[in-house]
Design a protein around this ligand. Structure first.
Ligand code: UDP
Ligand code: MG
Length: 139
């Protein structure tokens, strides 16, 4: 069932560089309503669980190190066709391949440190949202 919601994280590199405000502004300006929001930090166990699908990939260790090294901004966003439209807004995983004007083109340094996460399906949006937010933190 389409939920019209997606889950995002502004990753540690984006927070370290002071891009929280600019990225949230771009998200709002693109028609997404923020329905949950927090600054938090993932533990190693959190990151391993969140990215379990990538556990056999060669970059998994670096990914867990990166995602746990500092705070992130976690958020749930609402918009018609949220999952697909947000993936379009963030751009390709590798910023070198990301379209002009996308968040990754503007703020990502590399395929590893790529500034922002976006859910890849409605099902994963629901799982990832529940990973970070209780029901009463979602509006
Ligand atoms: N990643 C990486 N090297 C790669 C592919 C991915 O370090 O070759 C990292 C990167 O931070 C990416 C995350 O692992 O955002 C999850 O990978 P996925 O393929 O799901 O990309 P996304 O859905 O984030 O675009
Ligand atoms: Mg992904």
């Amino acid at each position: 069932m389409a939920t019209n919601r997606t889950f995002t994280m502004l990753k540690p590199d984006a927070v370290e560089k002071g891009h929280i405000g600019a990225i949230l502004e771009k998200i709002n300006a693109s028609g997404f309503r923020i329905v949950a929001l927090k600054l938090t930090q993932m533990t190693t166990a959190d990151a391993k669980a969140f990215y379990a699908i990538h556990s056999e990939r060669p970059f998994f260790g670096e990914l867990v190190e990166y995602m746990t090294r500092g705070p992130i901004v976690a958020a749930i966003l609402e918009k018609e066709n949220a999952v697909e439209d947000f993936r379009t807004l963030i751009g390709a995983t590798n910023p070198a391949d990301a379209a002009e004007g996308t968040i990754r083109k503007l703020y990502a340094a590399s395929i590893g440190e790529n500034a922002v996460h976006g859910s890849d399906s409605d099902e994963n949006a629901a799982i990832e949202s529940a990973f970070h937010f209780s029901g009463r933190e979602q509006f």
